[in-house]
Design a protein around this ligand. Structure first.
Ligand SMILES: O=P(O)(O)OC[C@H]1O[C@](O)(CO)[C@@H](O)[C@@H]1O
Length: 546
């Protein structure tokens, strides 16, 4: 955090403690314009943050915080291809993956946009041919199923978006295998015919043990059924490590590249999006990119006070660093967005779950919160109890489309909307002890029961929520929403003063698992490991061998 930002943060804390909004219910009662004063709009996308405990002074201070943290300059540097991922010496240019063909974005003096569009064109040609049945398997049959093998950023984006855009899915069926647990691939291939299955191996590094192991199992499955020669026709690969892919023996037109300036969790916009393109087609994929581009343009140009990703980031900082809430929940009222919270978990927590700043010094403040969620209305019948009456305050981010894709089920969509709005209203308003008593008394309960039950029926309220609404969950709308969250993570990172684009924390797990494998297999005594780890490994070995 910059010294200027630190001093604005101190003023924000003082404002929060002394002059800020104390009670949301009272704030709404005092200001009938609160909704229109605390909403932002970009086309049909509306962000309502009136149910957060902010006022005009809060927003002015938050904007000052953004300026003191050089959010605007850093954003411009990112878009221009500067090396803002310092610990890995890389530019950060997922925005270039959705830039128009005539854009000029330079990395080391070279315009990368023609390369991006060459890959998009190659993906389009390949996916059209698969979708039309022109490219077939070794036995001449069209592909009915595609398995994407990848993990983390090479899985979550396409898996989430393919489910979210199910109404546009008119290509082959998609399956996603990520876990090294053999159950994942076994359960997937059990239902499939190798003769009509295409396998995409997706890995930025092409070294990730889970992906390489599952790719080997898929290869064996294809070879056992169709012979070694079938591999060339039944596989495609996506990676930045093209020399490593070569060992897999695929023709160049089956290998789709991307670049080290695209982080894994930011990679759905290019070759990692191939499964999504196979599902929805190149045109719809283009609209998905266009949605993200519209958010990029808004983020790049809108003044900070009217800039949706900036405001979303500032509210995140307000809740995390000023109000002290360590968690946030993402609750899409859209069953097809079921994987969106998991996608955002990687995007946000792998980016901003850091303990040191850009210069390596230990942070003086907290960094990114825990992010979790599930679709509504299901979550209402599971963990909403804690959101309403638990002892921790969890800011919630709701999202819902005005329309569903099922015109015949309009009534169900209205019920969905009513639930979404009711939850944010209840979290804001709560229910006082007097109201709880009055309700029980109105039901004719004896006074002793009223006294006994009323405390259980009190809701503290004053719990902040943000609600996003949009017309319909189209490819464009989804692209725009993902880009909004990408930029929010960027804004928060800039204020925390951290590098959002490396992930040294997850490297540890990779190293340790490789190191322990010989111990698990019994070929190494495991000197240097602790007694618990060795004890568990020995016990598991003996249980396996019994
Ligand atoms: O695409 P790769 O190189 O297989 O990596 C997969 C994932 O592994 C990570 O490096 C760590 O889990 C993620 O950042 C990445 O998305």
């Amino acid at each position: 955090m910059t010294p200027d930002a630190r001093s604005v943060l101190a003023r924000l804390k003082d404002h929060h403690a002394n002059t800020g909004v104390r009670n949301l219910r009272a704030a709404f009662a005092a200001d009938p314009q609160r909704f229109s004063r605390f909403t932002l709009k970009q086309d049909d996308l509306l962000m309502d943050f009136s149910k957060c405990a902010v006022d005009a002074d809060t927003l002015a201070l938050l904007a000052e915080l953004a300026r003191a943290s050089q959010v605007g300059d850093r954003r411009d540097a990112m878009f221009a291809g500067a090396e803002i991922n310092g610990s890995e010496h890389r530019a950060v240019l997922h925005t270039a993956l959705r830039a128009p063909a005539d854009a000029d974005i330079r990395v080391d003096g070279r315009n990368v946009v023609p390369d991006v569009h060459a890959v998009l064109t190659a993906m389009g040609t390949f996916s059209d041919a698969i979708r039309k049945g022109e490219l077939t398997g070794a036995s001449g049959k069209a592909f009915t199923d595609v398995i994407n093998i990848g993990i983390g950023g090479s899985d979550l984006g396409p898996a989430m978006a393919t489910l979210a855009l199910a109404p546009y899915h008119d290509g082959p069926r998609l399956h996603f295998v990520s876990n090294v647990d053999g159950a994942h691939i076994a359960d997937t291939i059990r239902r499939l015919d190798p003769a009509t299955t295409l396998v995409i191996v997706a890995s930025k590094t092409f070294t990730t043990i889970e992906t390489m192991t599952n790719a080997g199992a898929a290869r064996d499955w294809i070879v056992d059924a169709l012979g070694e020669a079938a591999v060339a026709q039944h596989f495609a690969a996506v990676s930045t490590a093209l020399e490593k892919v070569a060992a897999f023996g695929l023709a160049p037109e089956r290998v789709f590249g991307f670049w080290d300036w695209v982080g894994g969790r930011y990679s759905i916009w290019g070759a990692i999006g191939l499964p999504l393109m196979l599902a929805i087609g190149a045109d719809a994929f283009g609209r998905f990119l266009a949605g993200a581009r519209s958010m990029d343009e808004h983020f790049a140009r809108a003044p900070l006070e009217h800039n949706m990703p900036v405001m979303l980031g500032l509210l995140g900082i307000w809740h995390r660093l000023v109000c002290g809430f360590p968690i946030r929940a993402i609750i899409p009222y859209d069953q097809r967005m079921a994987r969106f919270p998991a996608y955002l978990q990687q995007l946000d927590m792998e980016s901003n779950g850091k303990r040191v700043g850009i210069d390596g010094s230990v942070l003086e403040t907290a960094s990114g919160p825990v992010v979790w969620g599930e679709p509504g209305t299901n979550g209402q019948h599971a963990f909403f109890q804690l959101l309403h009456q638990g002892t921790d305050v969890v800011p919630v981010e709701f999202m819902i489309a005005a329309m569903g894709h099922e015109p015949k089920l309009r009534g169900q969509h209205e019920l969905l909307i009513a639930n979404c709005l009711a939850q944010s209203e209840a979290l804001m308003k709560g229910r006082t002890l007097e109201e709880a008593r009055a309700q029980l008394a109105a039901r004719g309960l004896p006074q002793t029961d009223v006294n006994r039950l009323a405390p259980h029926r009190v809701f503290p309220g004053n719990r902040p929520t943000i609600t996003f609404i949009y017309d319909l969950l189209t490819p464009y709308a989804l692209g725009r929403l993902i880009a909004l969250y990408e930029h929010r993570v960027f804004v928060e990172a800039q204020i925390f003063g951290i590098n959002a684009f490396d992930q040294w924390g997850v490297e540890l797990g990779k190293e340790l698992a490789t190191d322990l494998l010989p111990v698990v297999q019994g070929s190494d005594s495991g000197d240097g490991h602790d007694s618990s780890t060795l004890g568990l490994a020995a016990r598991l070995r003996s249980m396996r061998d019994a």
